[in-house]
Design a protein around this ligand. Structure first.
Ligand code: PBG
Length: 326
């Protein structure tokens, strides 16, 4: 049916009509807010490349979380910055490590808030790689043990969900069986299943002090130019190993991947709107070149339309405020 019988502008006549045919609805429940925890007291250190993002000491974390809960956000994702680093990332799996302390502190004050922990070694290794390194190679299988120990220590501290982000093969299965053996059968794994070797992580590496000291992450993170099928394979493999949620990361340059993964898997699909995507928006907004609120809400609408069930984003607090105003 074509013009003049069909006139699509009939769907756009008024805000009420537009609401009637609206397909994508943003809800505060869709958003997960990442936070960076550091040692020390009364620290709130701004991350220069990520305006509005801070490294927080435990005492300030509790204060920040109060705001998060007040705004209606249901989940946070915790990253830790250790005091010292070594070759095997010991700080990642200490019972009283920085993330473990952060989880414990949050759960003490806000037991209902969902605390997700990023399980990786790169913040804790002196070489900045996500696994054990030998002669310049990041070794897959020896790394699994350390990731498993890390995940277990997070859960023992009270984490609700663990999110491995290292991209070693087999880590979801290793973590799942270790959790089960320890009796944590009901703790889900949110896997960074489809994670690309992306330049969009630049600002994060400043925030988390986790840049690789040599080389890059291209032998373990995916090639942005790899086939969509490879992304589906990664997702399917993690589902098979027991992943409960599948993350696609980054988000904006990978909307085709979000859509393809959503069509393929039964579990919830989470997109990670990463640091570089955030910084681009904040930078342009600070210069007055774009309208931050409209741009962010449009981007989030796009990510939902592509198939994201959940979105991890540094904009989450602002989004929660804007959705309340609406
Ligand atoms: C840890 C990890 C990274 C991010 C999340 N977990 C960095 C990386 O892989 O280099 C990036 C998040 C962001 O850019 O916002 N491996």
């Amino acid at each position: 049916m074509y013009f003049p019988i069909s006139r699509l502008r009939r769907f756009r006549k008024s805000p009420q009509i537009r609401d009637l045919v609206k397909d994508v609805h943003l809800n505060v429940n869709d958003f997960i807010y990442p936070l960076f925890v550091i040692y020390g007291k009364n620290k709130r250190i701004p991350v220069p490349s990520m305006p509005g993002v801070f490294q927080l000491s435990i005492d300030n974390l509790a204060r920040e979380i109060e705001e998060v809960v007040k705004k209606g956000i249901k989940g946070v994702l915790l990253f830790g910055i250790p005091e010292t680093k070594d070759a095997v990332g010991t700080g990642a799996y200490l019972a009283d490590g920085i993330v473990q302390q952060g989880v414990w502190e949050i759960k003490k004050h806000f037991p209902e808030l969902i605390v997700i922990t990023d399980v990786c070694l790169c913040e804790y290794t002196d070489h900045g790689h996500c696994g054990v390194v030998e002669k310049g190679d990041v070794l897959n299988d020896p790394t699994l043990d350390l990731l498993t120990k890390t995940a277990l220590s997070h859960v023992q501290a009270g984490a609700d969900i663990v999110a491995p982000s290292d991209m070693m093969d087999g880590r979801v299965g290793a973590i799942r069986s270790a959790l089960d053996q320890a009796g944590h059968i009901d703790i889900p794994v949110m896997s960074y299943a489809v994670k690309y070797a992306s330049a969009f992580y630049g600002p994060f590496r400043e925030a988390a002090e986790s840049a690789p000291q040599y080389g890059d992450r291209k032998t373990y993170q995916m090639d942005p130019a790899a086939s969509v099928k490879q992304a589906l394979w990664e997702a399917a493999q993690d589902v098979e190993e027991g992943a409960d949620y599948i993350i696609v990361k980054p988000a904006m340059a990978y909307m085709d991947i979000i859509q393809a993964v959503k069509e393929e898997v039964l579990c919830p699909v989470v997109s990670y709107n990463v640091s570089g995507e955030y910084s681009m928006v904040k930078g342009a907004a600070q210069k007055g070149w774009i309208d931050e609120k409209s741009i962010v809400l449009e981007l989030m609408t796009g990510l939902k339309r592509a198939g994201s069930d959940l979105i991890i984003t540094y904009h989450a607090l602002d989004i929660a405020t804007w959705l309340k105003e609406a």
